[in-house]
Design a protein around this ligand. Sequence first.
Ligand SMILES: Nc1nc2c(ncn2[C@@H]2O[C@H](COP(=O)(O)OP(=O)(O)OP(=O)(O)O)[C@@H](O)[C@H]2O)c(=O)[nH]1
Ligand SMILES: [Mg+2]
Length: 271
Amino acid sequence: MAVSRFAYVRNFELPDPLLPGTFIVVRLDGQSFHRFSEVHAFAKPNDERALRLLDHAATDLMDQFSDIVLAFGESDEYSFLLRKSASLFNRREAKILSTLTSHFTASVVFRWSTYFGNTPLQYPPTFDGRIILYPSIREVRDYFSWRQADTHVNNLYNTVFWALVQQGGQSTSEAHATLKGTQSKDKHELLFSRFNINYNSIDARFRKGSVLVRDSQPASTTDASDAAPSVPTDAAISKKSKAKIKPAVVVLHCDIIKDEFWDGRPDILAG
Ligand SMILES: Nc1nc2c(ncn2[C@@H]2O[C@H](COP(=O)(O)OP(=O)(O)OP(=O)(O)O)[C@@H](O)[C@H]2O)c(=O)[nH]1
Ligand SMILES: [Mg+2]
């Protein structure tokens, strides 16, 4: 068929390949989740249903795209690491970013009722996405350490903040004032002395975020024992994932900052 006189417009579509031989990190972040969490009455400071829902959506992504070798989630965000040699969509940036973002978002909506039961979804949640390329293992490891350090700092602050408000009877502005200028050790001390809470005994999911890898770890390293009864456990998600693709995706709540994590999984950064 002859090329139509309109076809030249195609030439305006420029190629957008990602640099070869670089690690690809895709970070998705809930848009205006401050509002979304209020409207859907998320528990404060952490809503386990919401966190498990995002873990499940991230597992869906890893099941679908084998180039994703690691994911880390906290709060309303998820980061995905694609291997250095990833050939997904010929490394076309817009294709990768738009497909991963919409797949993740669709999974969150698709699985909403599994985690939120009769609580209706009031409006469509949306996620923004970005791609960052890292040239070496050092930056990749520091990237994930950065996100997990963020989890720690935010969760410690939020845990003390909501203890002051919910158990201590302070207003939110009083709680902000109480915490102003405090160091990490002050917050630990305040939690323990006023509320008898040992921060280190709080659910590792909240303190460390979720780390998704493609291998089977001993059951003790997963965090399925204390799941809400009506909600699929990490182990159940992993089992389902195993049925579809091997090796299974598992949800861990471990220290990604430590050498042991990376030393024990050389395949993640192998290329
Ligand atoms: N109550 C509650 N709120 C949560 C939870 N997880 C995330 N959020 C909310 O989501 C926000 C996520 O932070 P941001 O991504 O910086 O804020 P945002 O409102 O999503 O804004 P943008 O990302 O810039 O669109 C938090 O500040 C909380 O308000 C949760 O488990 N419980
Ligand atoms: Mg957000």
